[in-house]
Write a protein that binds this ligand. Structure first.
Ligand code: ZN
Ligand code: ZN
Length: 319
């Protein structure tokens, strides 16, 4: 199973500003102070091995879109946030414009940041393509049609060349897609959201974003521990700090890094990927949250060691 992150930002796409890039250049030059480089390779090696992630790179600004390659022709797609635009371009590059494919999309929910990439997902404009959108929401077709309705977009849903199909699934009832076992769970979020679990050849991956967990809801937590059970990877909504998520932002429908660790440790999941980053957070801040989360995991670790990472646009994982 291969997982690739095309969009990891929550709520709204963001981009680095001129000021942000300037600061990264200043930080890189400061850290290279006094060093001399004999060749371009030396420069590359310094950047790759000595500069911290927040200086040499960025977590990225596209909204939710993750692919899971289960060995089918096209990878499964989780959500169609603005990350679906680069994904669509990559698919057209891979298959060419005259080689129709079937795409399976699994939607967490229908908020703008999770559907806004669909009109820019080039495969929808290619005749012969089939796009099957799996959802827990009965309004799924309405949401996609409305997004392209006049006067909001120049191309209406009816004008799309691909054959687009919607399938609504009951949470907790497993089904199979192209030889992969798929299961969904209802999550606490405005208008509900759904987490997805994919299992194939002994590997499993969970996509659980836009999901709030309540400290006093023991039963709800147990359900998620079971849903995450022994997963090789759990992609988890860690938009807020624990304190914010239980105080000023309680009931806003999102969770925290700390809850992610607690649930994944109990589930004995292998890797937790923090996801749906708050748009106002800088790269340095997201990096500091990761270090804090890793320290927390170590301090609260029992018999099971959980690997904690932070997802960024472009990150690829081999499970
Ligand atoms: Zn969202
Ligand atoms: Zn949402």
């Amino acid at each position: 199973m291969k997982v690739r992150f095309w969009g990891t930002r929550g709520s709204l796409p963001v981009a680095l500003t001129a000021k942000d890039v300037r600061q990264k250049v200043i930080d890189a030059l400061k850290q290279s102070n006094g060093k001399t480089f004999a060749s371009d390779d030396d420069i590359v090696s310094f950047v790759d091995n000595e500069l911290p992630f927040e200086t040499k790179a960025c977590f990225g600004g596209n909204t939710s879109c993750v692919t899971v390659d289960v060995g089918f022709d096209t990878p499964f797609i989780c959500d169609l946030g603005s990350g679906a635009r680069p994904l669509g371009n990559a698919m057209v590059k891979r298959f060419g414009p005259k080689n129709p494919q079937t795409y399976h999309v699994f939607m967490s929910h229908l908020h703008w940041d999770h559907i806004m990439g669909f009109p820019f997902f080039v495969p929808v404009y290619i005749p012969g393509n089939k796009i099957i959108i799996h959802s827990g929401h009965s309004e799924v077709e309405f949401a996609f049609r409305r997004q392209q309705g006049e006067p909001s977009f120049p191309v209406t849903f009816e004008q799309l060349a691909a054959n687009i199909e919607f399938q609504v699934h009951e949470p907790g009832v497993p089904f199979e897609v192209e030889g992969t076992k798929v299961l969904s769970i209802r999550q606490k979020h405005g208008g509900d959201s759904y987490g997805w679990r994919f299992e194939k050849d002994g590997k499993s991956m969970v996509y659980s974003t836009d999901s709030e967990h309540k400290i006093d809801d023991r039963e709800g937590q147990e359900a998620f521990v079971e849903f995450f059970r022994s997963a090789d990877l759990v992609v988890f909504d860690a938009m807020y700090s624990l304190l914010d998520s239980i105080s000023v932002k309680a009931d806003w429908g999102h969770s925290s890094n700390i809850f992610g660790v607690a649930l994944c440790q109990r589930a004995e999941a292998k890797t937790l990927a923090l996801f749906h980053h708050e748009p106002i957070f800088s790269d340095a801040h997201i990096q500091s949250v990761l270090l804090e989360t890793q320290t927390f995991e170590e301090a609260t670790r029992g018999m099971h060691e959980l690997n904690v990472i932070t997802a960024y646009d472009g990150l690829e994982l081999d499970l």
